[in-house]
Design a protein around this ligand. Sequence first.
Ligand code: AMP
Length: 407
Amino acid sequence: MSFSEFDLDRRLEKGISSLGYKKPTRVQQSAIPEALDGLDILASAPTGTGKTAAFLIPAIQYLLDFPRNAPGFARVLVLAPTRELAYQIHEVAEALCSSTDLKIGVITGGINYGSHKDILEKNNDILISTPGRLLEYMDAESFHCENVEILVLDEADRMLDMGFRSFMTRIAEESRNRKQTMLFSATLEGRGIIEFSQGVLTEAARIDEDAPRRERGKIVQWTHLADDYDHKFAQLLHYLQSEDVQKSIVFVKTRERLDQLVQRLQGHEIYATYLQGEMPQDRRMKAIDKMKNGRSKVLVATDVAARGLDITDITHVFNFDMPRTADVYVHRIGRTARAGAKGYAVSFVEAHDMGILKKIESYTKQTFKHRKIKGLEPKHKEAKVPVKKKKPHKKKLAKAKAKKSKK
Ligand code: AMP
């Protein structure tokens, strides 16, 4: 299947070519025709499947088919949970609209209020925003939703997790002139997301396809046992100095550990870029750009800071510190093997990490190989996770007691 089968506006087709997309991904193949027909969309599509273009292409086609006849606020509103995601969507939207006159704005926290003034006052066709800041503008009456004709809720499951349910409901209610709503979520399995979607969607086309292997990419995963911090560092350094590791993200658990690691790497002439939670937006963008354009090859990040991050050619993810939960592990490693590429996820596991490692193994239904680096083998043996003895069942105890007293 090719994009030409959607019968799109020539200007939009040009935008698609400018991104280098040759043919639609699975989720695009399913969602675009339904959305072009004006149906609401309820789609399960994790990042990496091409979901951004799946909602932007039909929305842009709509704006080109029905040009605006009066000035006003945005006609397409895209809500996204994180700043990075909002900027990524903005980037794709700019590229898709590069041969059109459509105007696109992006609003997020971490930017001073003055710089949004223009976006809010000027005509805007598409507005991409994180919920928090938009809410402030709505309360201050500097933004209204009544011109919104298409509402997109991207990564709706995450926005729900982050506590934005009532805000999303409010946006949906205030966008009372909307003709179409598209809801994208990593999964459609939780009860919360289904309940929520029933409230905001009408007769939606449900797009629930698994991305094919080709698009999911393959992540090869293994672990290294580590005796202590220094041993972990030596092993990480070994990888970062090897040529196979072209672009990587190294995850640490706290900001303090991030600073410590970045400095230590510097001592070995590895100048890593870093992302931490409370960084001004312009510095975050600079760091991400450095990785994207290849000026930097190593990014050290905490989990909060790396939310929504999409750099296509990450070859390796290193868990320098193990994550707290299996779910976070899956999020972390999903930063590699984007758009069908192959990726590697390497975890450094100390004795106290064995518990979480077992949880990850059972969550992901696989057992990781422990690999060794010549000359950097661990001194300690694998720590055994204590198996909890099951408490005897209360009823059983009572029965045993009764038996005893009979005797
Ligand atoms: P997304 O799921 O929207 O974050 O997209 C994941 C990655 O796939 C991004 O780097 C996109 O640029 C890329 N992508 C999206 N659609 C296509 C396509 N039709 N062909 C090739 N790459 C694509």
